[in-house]
Ligand binder design. Sequence first.
Ligand SMILES: Cc1cc2nc3c(=O)[nH]c(=O)nc-3n(C[C@H](O)[C@H](O)[C@H](O)COP(=O)(O)O)c2cc1C
Length: 192
Amino acid sequence: MQKLIVIDACMRDRESRTEKILEALLAALGSRYDMEKIILDGEDYEAVGRRVLRERSNGYVPDDIVAQAKQIAAADRIIIAAPFWDMSFPAILKVFIENMSLFNITFRNNGTSFEGLCKCGKLLYITTRGMNIHTGDPLDGATPYIRAIGELWGLGEIMTVAAENMDYCTSEEADLKVKAAIAEGLEICREF
Ligand SMILES: Cc1cc2nc3c(=O)[nH]c(=O)nc-3n(C[C@H](O)[C@H](O)[C@H](O)COP(=O)(O)O)c2cc1C
């Protein structure tokens, strides 16, 4: 069975609109994939600061971080679910990505340029935005970064499912936007 890694940065859990979209899509994908969920909550990963960088430069990376980066590199599919925060995604997701971005595991230098080492053929990024910001808008600081890390690691086709203007509409309208995003996501999942 193919391996799906889900990176869940939806901090509001059951209250989270992003999580609702994610759960509906996982219900559809569950039987087709060997699924592993990584739930980010802000405490688990250290930011790559001076000490961590110095350790890395000296050849030390903790075993559990290496093992997880290898799992990411071996995944056939990846889903990232993260609310739109401060015009991007929660910082814990960036911290996680920095932890997983390990030379000769998720990417390498092939002598002339970088080369992604991940097996992933498709990545789905799920988000909800409070403001009326569309995917790819200059104010969307999240999707371009996820696309860029997809290039670095070699994550294949990158797709985004987003609901927008969630904080400037009625709760009924917000529910309809979630439903529409689920429908769009389910369509993507047919071929995922
Ligand atoms: C800490 C924080 C920062 C946010 N920053 C933005 C922002 O910069 N732009 C925006 O459009 N919405 C912003 N929002 C609103 C969320 O994107 C919006 O409410 C989203 O639907 C939350 O997703 P969730 O329901 O999955 O938690 C922010 C919300 C929080 C809690």
